[in-house]
Design a protein around this ligand. Structure first.
Ligand code: GDP
Length: 536
């Protein structure tokens, strides 16, 4: 029966020592900087340089496409793997702002934990809120890191309050700052009850200090300005008396967020964060499937595709499928079942997905991500497995915010146009909708980021030889109707919205803004609207 060569104990050990997370943040909060510092702790110093290089690359969309062409592999999504304290950490990189697309959301489907990175001067920002909603859908444990404490920031208590009030997420401050900006003196680590002091060097360049003092050490009063120290003590007393208790189960259920303050640029507070993260984060967890929950330590290998990345070079039209390993052991060249087609697939040419190019991979365990070059076989959400047949829960369609008719001005290219649009939709590059009015036959592209439109047009031109035109539509919100057409008919006439069909023929309402959604919901209490499509 058993096809895997891994012993139960080895598998359990490998799962035990894995942690996997994605960073959710708004552009400029410091994700690249934090990623770089985290990698340094893993000893992957050369990788850190790669992170910086990527930052320079992502500035213009056209650069991105050029890069894709030259490298022939994804640079918009990578998985950075590093070891720290004997733990293998997989950091699933979500693309930056110009690259914002459904891929960013889908990556969260493969993550076990999320780190919400905020600029302490700004607090919650739009992109972070959106990504948070996806984490919430999956009940992911969320760690919060307030960055840039070396710069003027908002009051820490106010920042925590914002998370509690606006996201409905309880917080537990693992460390607490002393001052901020010019007055930033460091943090108090509640785990070890120690001060970690932040020092600036004489020449104004900033570096993380190494002074650590125990609580009660009288030297603290010499090193920290009295007013600041008293303010700190008052705040600490307050959070210790009134704040939530540290509750691992609540963290794992995504209801309580451990909070950290620091400065990624000066590498201050990063190690404190990483140490606590390893202790509190969720290990690769069981996943829901058609066979019930599958334990990561189940002997048979299984995994699912959460993202496809097309090779932009028309000469090599292969696709890299990103697969999250969910159970058992992955081995190079193993033959697995492909649940959707029922076919056998050999998993050859697996790749480790580092920022720097391709590296061949021999084995992988639950929590890891592998890249496979399998042209045409895989679609988003596909399950592969050995042993008993199973399928993991699909990845939902996320609520698009940008809509445009895609026009093909050249009727003789109809066939290529249709083929291209169908294939790009199947691959998950963009969502396609159609007007409910049969006389309007142009497909409507529905995306979460502008980049998706550009990629679709670029690829239709390059791979299918069709030049297209976009005609933007004035909507910014989509809602799926629970109960489908029947429920919609029952609701009667709706105002301030347009009805379209998604790729499965289900009704979707498009609105100009959230306010209009509220109006329709108010006028039709029986109508239930959903932000994401039901999983198919
Ligand atoms: P990303 O867009 O989230 O990847 O943000 P980056 O890592 O590129 O950082 C955006 C800007 O903020 C850069 O100029 C960084 O040098 C700066 N930055 C990042 N972390 C800190 C910090 O802790 N303190 C200060 N003062 N600047 C920071």
């Amino acid at each position: 029966m058993a096809t895997s060569t891994v012993s139960e104990t080895v598998l359990a050990e490998e799962v035990e020592k894995r942690r996997n997370f994605a960073i959710i943040s708004h552009p400029d909060a410091g994700k690249t900087t934090l990623t770089e510092k985290l990698l340094l702790y893993g000893g992957a110093i050369h990788e850190a340089g790669a992170v910086k290089a990527r930052r320079a690359q992502r500035h213009a969309t056209s650069d991105w496409m050029e890069m894709e062409q030259q490298r022939g592999i994804s640079i918009t999504s990578t998985v950075l793997q590093f070891d720290y304290r004997d733990v293998r950490i997989n950091l699933l990189d979500t693309p930056g702002h110009q690259d914002f697309s459904e891929d960013t959301y889908r990556t969260l489907a493969a993550a076990d934990n999320a780190v919400m990175l905020e600029d302490a001067a700004k607090g919650l920002e739009p992109q972070t809120r959106k990504l948070f909603e996806v984490c919430r859908m999956r009940s992911l444990p969320i760690f919060t890191f307030f960055n840039k404490m070396d710069r003027p920031a908002r009051e820490p208590l106010e920042l925590l309050d914002e998370i509690e009030q606006e996201l409905g997420l309880a917080t537990y401050a693992v460390n607490w700052p002393i001052g901020m900006g010019e007055q930033f003196r460091g943090v108090f680590d509640r785990r070890k009850r120690q001060f970690h002091l932040f020092e600036r060097t004489a020449h104004g360049s900033k570096a993380a200090g190494k002074t650590v003092l125990d609580l009660g050490d009288p030297r603290i009063e010499d090193l920290v300005d009295q007013d600041l120290y008293y303010q700190f003590k008052e705040e600490l007393e307050m959070i210790e008396e009134l704040g939530a208790e540290l509750d691992l189960a609540a963290i794992h259920a995504g209801q309580l967020s451990p909070v950290f303050f620091g400065s990624a640029m000066t590498n201050f507070g990063v190690q404190l964060f990483l140490d606590a993260f390893l202790d509190y984060a969720l290990k690769p967890a069981p996943r829901n499937s058609t066979q019930g929950e599958i334990e990561p330590t189940a002997e048979d290998f299984s995994g699912f595709v959460f993202k496809l990345q097309a090779n932009m070079d028309p000469k090599h039209r292969d696709r890299v499928a990103f697969i999250r390993v969910c159970s058992g052991k992955f081995e190079k060249d193993m033959v697995v079942n492909h649940a959707r087609s029922g076919k056998n697939v050999r998993l050859s040419h697996p790749q480790k997905l580092f920022a720097q190019g391709r590296e061949s991979l021999e084995e992988a365990y639950p929590g890891d991500v592998i890249g496979l070059n399998n042209p045409g076989v895989f679609a988003i959400g596909d399950t592969i497995y050995q042993g008993q047949k199973l399928e993991y829960e699909g990845i939902p369609c996320f609520s698009p915010e940008l809509f445009a008719y895609l026009k093909n001005p050249n009727p003789s290219k109809f066939k290529q146009f249709h083929k291209g649009v169908t294939e790009l939709r199947e691959e998950g590059a963009v969502q396609i909708m159609f007007s409910a009015d049969e006389s309007k036959r142009d497909p409507i592209l529905a995306a979460v980021g502008q980049l998706q439109f550009e990629v679709v047009q670029f690829r239709l031109q390059n791979e299918y030889n069709v030049e297209t035109r976009l005609e933007p539509l004035p909507y910014s919100v989509a809602r799926w109707v629970e109960g489908g057409w029947e429920a919609l008919d029952k609701a009667g006439r709706l105002f301030n919205t347009t009805t379209v069909k998604d790729s499965w023929g289900r009704p979707v309402l498009l609105f100009r803004n959230e306010w209009n959604v509220g109006q329709v919901e108010g006028d039709h209490p029986g109508l239930k609207l959903r932000k994401t499509a039901p999983v198919v």
